[in-house]
Ligand binder design. Structure first.
Ligand code: AHR
Length: 556
């Protein structure tokens, strides 16, 4: 079965398997006993697949922002997970915990979306600036009515970005806020001239204007952010896109001389088929704008992976193969959702000027035992790592349209990178995939022709193997391969052109079971280990263990 790439012919694959089995049988007969017997047992269970790539055929760039993240003011996503306060015994720099910063730095997180999510449309930025004693505490109505002390506000968020080396994606309050409030927020952050708001920023410790790479114009305005009809949203969105300006001289836009550094404005898009009207309405409006009036540079889309009608009904641990297969299938639904939204966008924007921004995605599962539902703290297993790699592959295949994606969420919430508990921190399986995929940031896609095969469980059928290739900025060609099949190893016979290859080296991530997790007491149950494969001529044979993610670079 080949869902996404060319099928290279299963007949050839079968032929090679038979040949290999025969060869191994001969070796065994020759008396090379136990080792070969074991190898035969394994090889006979193995599925073989062909992969072909020509590194000279590099295509669209995988925008590094596709590896972006999302940190909402919710549960322990910020408080406890990122912010511990200046007086905490947990090592911190200006209140931001150092272990989490160090872990995130290794991911080269390109961009962080904040403060929501649903919370964005109830957030009032003035509550969270100035001396700590003057911050205004509020209730976080969306997420359990908890007390929001606003000790982590704009300047703390920008400090956090500086510490991890990332860029800002701020969602403005389009629901309960005013256009003027949002315009003032941007002025506070970005004005270089001594306006009252720029002076307030300087008094709060930051004289130089901040950079704001992306501005989200509301969030899920068909749901928690409104709810508005698509038409009502578009009318309101136009006011925000017209008046909420970046005043940082380095980022100022000019209709006659476009600035590549200018803030990119992201309009709300759909979360499912029921809200698809948003894509249509926003793109229709975009297609009629002139260079002088309101504009957007991106359209959002949300895609959560869950099997029920509501989130938090799927177990995060202790599930079986049926639930594993169901999640793989749902993950490939992301490809369909992107294709559907791209088709609407293509109608109005065939030149692909507007980026598709998947600014919330991930597996949304049952909360951890003992944690409250509305803090959305869930465990993270090998299944999450595998669906993360498949999702990143899907984004890469849509690199010509998908310009940013933000996994939900960064710390302690939904499909997170790290989990914390007081002073302790553990890296999740998803973290490892994001670190292994760092070389794909800003790399050029190299199309692969892959015989994907079939993985079946009951009536669920998905590809058995997935792969992407890309040429990184330093010229190296990288290959990411996911063996989806939880039972069978896979042999990939890769034919490589356009680059010299004698071996492939990198890392491979797997674990004993698909629901294996890392805990504070056993943090390395799901951890990558070194991997290498050797080539012969232009053929590279890669053996992929069941339920594994492998990332390698091709060495001359
Ligand atoms: O990520 C959790 C929530 O999911 C976000 O706040 C909201 O935008 C979405 O419904």
């Amino acid at each position: 079965m080949s869902i996404l790439s060319d099928n290279m012919g299963e007949g050839g694959v079968l032929g090679r398997s038979v040949f290999k089995a025969a060869l191994l049988a001969t070796l065994a007969l020759a008396g090379q006993a136990q080792a070969q017997t074991q190898a035969r047992a394994q090889t006979q269970a193995q599925a073989a697949h062909t992969l072909a790539l020509d590194a000279a055929q590099a295509g669209a760039v995988i925008d590094r922002d596709v590896f972006g993240q999302f940190a909402e003011m919710l549960g322990e996503g910020v408080y406890g997970g990122i912010w511990v306060g200046r007086d905490s015994k947990i090592p911190n720099v200006r209140g931001i915990r150092s272990d989490v910063v160090q872990a995130l730095r290794a991911l080269k997180v390109p961009v962080v979306r904040w403060p929501g999510g649903c919370y964005a449309d109830q957030y009032h930025w003035r509550d969270g600036v100035g001396p700590a004693a003057d911050r205004r505490a509020r209730l976080n109505a969306f997420w359990g009515g908890t007390l929001e002390p606003n000790t982590f506000g704009t300047d703390e968020f920008m400090d956090f970005l500086g510490q991890i080396g990332s860029e800002a994606y701020l969602s403005v309050n389009l629901g309960s806020g005013t256009v003027q409030e949002a315009a003032d927020w941007l002025e506070y952050m970005t004005a270089a001239q001594p306006t009252a708001l720029a002076k307030a920023r300087a008094a709060n410790g930051h004289k130089a204007p901040y950079r704001v790479k992306y501005l989200g114009l509301g969030n899920e305005s068909w749901g928690c952010g409104g709810p508005m009809t698509a038409e009502a949203y578009v009318e309101r969105m136009k006011l925000f896109s017209s008046f909420v300006k970046n005043d940082n001289p380095a980022q100022m836009g000019n209709p006659l001389q476009p600035n590549p550094e200018a803030t990119r404005r992201i309009a709300v898009g759909p979360g499912d088929e029921k809200t698809a009207a948003y894509a249509e309405a926003v793109m229709k409006e975009w297609s009629s704008h002139t260079p002088y009036d309101r504009d957007i540079e991106g359209l959002s889309m949300h895609y959560y992976t869950l099997t029920g009608p509501y989130p938090m009904t799927d177990a995060a641990t202790g599930f079986g193969e049926k639930e594993y297969a169901a999640f793989i299938k749902k993950t490939y639904g992301l490809d369909d959702a992107i294709a559907a939204q791209s088709a609407i966008m293509d109608k109005y924007d065939p030149g692909k000027k507007v980026g598709l921004v998947v600014d919330e995605w991930g597996n949304w599962l049952k909360p951890m035992a003992g944690s409250k539902a509305q803090v959305l703290k869930q465990q993270n297993s090998l299944r999450d790592a595998i669906t993360a790699s498949l999702s990143l592959d899907i984004f890469a295949r849509h690199a010509d349209r998908v310009r940013m994606a933000n996994i939900a969420q960064m710390v302690n919430v939904i499909q997170s990178m790290v989990l914390t508990d007081g002073p302790r921190m553990v890296l999740t399986p998803t973290y490892h995939v994001f670190r292994m995929y760092v070389p794909f940031q800003d790399a050029q896609v190299v199309p692969v022709k892959l015989a994907q095969g079939e993985y079946r469980f009951g009536d669920i059928v998905t590809p058995q193997v997935d792969a992407i290739a890309a040429r990184a900025k330093d010229g190296k060609v990288w290959l990411a391969l996911t063996n989806i099949d939880p039972n069978r190893p896979i042999e990939v016979d890769a034919t490589v052109q356009g680059v010299q290859v004698s071996r492939a080296t990198g890392e491979m991530l797997t674990a004993p079971t698909v629901d294996a997790v890392n805990t504070f007491d056993a943090p390395a149950t799901v951890a990558p280990r070194p991997y290498s494969a050797t080539a012969s001529g232009d053929h590279l044979t890669l053996l992929l263990p069941p339920k594994s993610v492998t990332v390698v670079h091709l060495d001359p």
